[in-house]
Write a protein that binds this ligand. Structure first.
Ligand code: ATP
Ligand code: MG
Length: 552
């Protein structure tokens, strides 16, 4: 299924730019910082940027790693991000780009700014700079170094670059306006001293350009036409434009902001997701409860479901929080169409069909997808001993109970009608086995005049394959786990301790014995499940992607 993308305010701007001839070719970029894994929020940015590249003739999208902070970045993340983008089915243009590949040019630009009298070396510490910066209501105060001569600035910047000064002793700042109503324009830092090893460039540099400075100039160097980012960058746009205008760059990309994707009952911030891993609340970045693309993939989400979700969320300038049930609905719809049906018993209860011949085995036929005959059918082994779901039996059935109970009939899906004749219990009173009879004339048909309402799933005991099934629930117990952070209550306090429930003694039908990781199934009556990669070293493990229908 490929989602047809609809127009939005960004596409309208692009349409207009093409119509007026402002641009002949559209170029976008996706600029992740390689300091974590991509999450569902990034999926939206992927769909926006790569979606435009796919839909406009001749357009393309660059993948550029914004690797300006060597303290937090890692090659491992660079690989993982590429892997996720490819899995989503998106293709970046040409070679992968790195902001660090522009460090020489960025350095030249900085020298140019100094020569223009538009940048200066400043001795203020981070803390001092904060006080000097002023607030939204108060103007800032000029640095004592603001009027240092161009010659001295050039000499000092060279010393910064050559490692003469200690980390934190100096910065290079743009000379803009300490009285600006926009604090981002109050002489922002453009270079800092960091004696760290960079994942791509090793120890080549001891000064590193700041994000705001790097980002716009990298966009310009790549001739990006539309630099699409999230709303928090709106107040940075004047600075984005200032660098490009001041340096008279050939290309001036247009920054356009759109609303971040927020989803309730989860968090979409790399920092917050990292803390879940570090505090061992989840197993890893790719824990199937995590809203990372790696986690969602493991959980059983498909790229088309995620794209469909992003399309339904749309692209606007209004911050909203999307209900997680919409995400679940998207994957449910996709898997409903494509997942093979199968039988799994989560909590097995043995059932012996006393009038079924000992040692006899037959194969009944089960459709792989009841609504889609093109998906074929499979043989299901049937025998005297089978397993049913423990909660498909009630010794004392509540009113309106149509499943199995003493003396009552039920249909075994795709097989026979059985009747419960006897209940076997252990010393503690726990039901250990059901003794039943079957009617051989009821295979796939209901004899006239006989009404059997209940239909239950089952697995033949001799052919059952042991499995571990992980049932997942929401990551947090409240819709907005970060809401109380301002009162000092950390979001981790709302972690849902029941977000994972393991069924270690489940069984699945024989045809699933060699099911490959990432294969999706609908376990009839239970939900959609996906084979986990842990299954490579037995036992077969399934993750519940989503239940059959919204249960809340
Ligand atoms: P985080 O806050 O999780 O660390 P980030 O914005 O720092 O995310 P980047 O790696 O800098 O992460 O993001 C790459 C791109 O993805 C940016 O253009 C950013 O605007 C976009 N992006 C990040 N989070 C979201 C989100 N929740 N919704 C939409 N776009 C997002
Ligand atoms: Mg960021």
């Amino acid at each position: 299924m490929e989602t047809k993308r609809s127009s939005n305010f960004i596409r309208q701007i692009i349409d207009e730019d093409l119509r007026t001839g402002k641009h002949k070719q559209i170029i976008t970029r996706f600029p992740p910082e390689p300091n974590g894994y991509l999450h569902v929020g990034h999926a939206k940015a992927l769909c926006v940027n790569f979606g435009i590249a796919e839909d406009y003739p001749g357009a393309y999208c660059n993948l550029r790693f914004d690797d300006t902070n060597p303290l937090k970045e890692d090659l491992h993340f660079i690989e993982a991000i590429q892997d996720d983008i490819s899995w989503m089915g998106f293709q970046w243009h040409g070679d992968i780009k790195y902001a660090s590949a522009y460090f020489d040019k960025l350095h030249d630009y900085a020298v140019q700014l100094i020569k223009m009298g538009k940048a200066y070396v400043c001795r203020l510490s981070t803390d001092e700079m904060k006080t000097y910066r002023g607030t939204l209501t108060e103007p800032g105060k000029e640095s004592p170094d603001r009027n240092r001569s161009i010659e001295e600035n050039l000499a000092m910047f060279e010393k910064m670059r050559d490692g003469v000064y200690d980390e934190g002793s100096y910065t290079l700042r743009a000379k803009i306006d300490m009285n600006s109503g926009n604090v981002n324009m109050r002489d922002p830092v453009i270079y800092r001293i960091l004696k760290a090893t960079h994942p791509m460039l090793g120890n080549k540099w001891v000064i590193y350009p700041m994000y705001d400075y790097t980002h716009c100039l990298s966009d310009s160097l790549e001739y990006i036409t539309h630099s699409l980012c999230t709303l928090e960058f709106q107040d940075h746009r004047p600075l984005y434009d200032w660098f490009i205008d001041t340096l008279r760059c050939e290309s001036h990309p247009q920054q356009i902001e759109f609303a971040r994707l927020n989803v309730n009952y989860t968090v979409t911030s790399k920092r917050k997701l990292r803390a879940l891993v570090e505090n061992k609340l989840v197993d890893a970045w790719d824990d199937p409860r995590m809203p990372t693309l790696k986690g969602m993939r493991r959980r059983g989400y498909t790229p088309s479901a995620i794209k469909d979700f992003c399309e339904r969320v749309g692209v606007t300038k209004k911050e909203t929080t999307i209900d997680i049930s919409l995400l679940e609905e998207c994957v449910r719809e996709d898997l409903n169409k494509n997942a093979l049906r199968a039988f799994c018993v989560l909590d097995p209860l043995k059932l012996v069909i006393e009038n079924y011949p000992q040692g006899k085995k037959e194969q009944v036929s089960a459709p792989n997808h009841p609504q889609n005959p093109d998906m074929g059918s499979r043989p299901l082994p049937f025998s005297r001993d089978i397993y049913i779901e423990r909660d498909d039996f009630a010794e004392v059935p509540p009113k309106g109970y149509f499943r199995l109970s003493p003396g009552q009939e039920v249909r075994l899906r795709y097989a026979y009608i059985i009747r419960c004749e006897k209940v076997v219990k252990d010393a503690s009173g726990k039901v250990t086995e059901l003794r039943c009879s079957y009617d051989p004339d009821t295979l796939g048909k209901n004899p006239v005049g006989r009404k059997v309402k209940g239909v239950i799933h089952w697995v033949s005991a001799a052919d059952a394959v042991p499995a571990v099934v992980r049932l997942y629930d929401r990551l947090f117990t409240v819709p907005d786990p970060t809401e109380k952070e301002k009162d000092g209550i950390p979001y981790t306090d709302f972690f849902n301790p029941h977000s994972l429930e393991r069924r270690d003694h489940a069984i699945v039908e024989a045809s699933l014995r060699n099911a490959a990781p990432e294969t999706h199934f609908q376990f009839e009556r239970l939900g959609y499940f996906t084979v986990d990669r842990d299954s490579r070293d037995k036992p077969l493990t399934f993750n519940r992607t989503v239940s059959l229908r919204e249960t809340r």
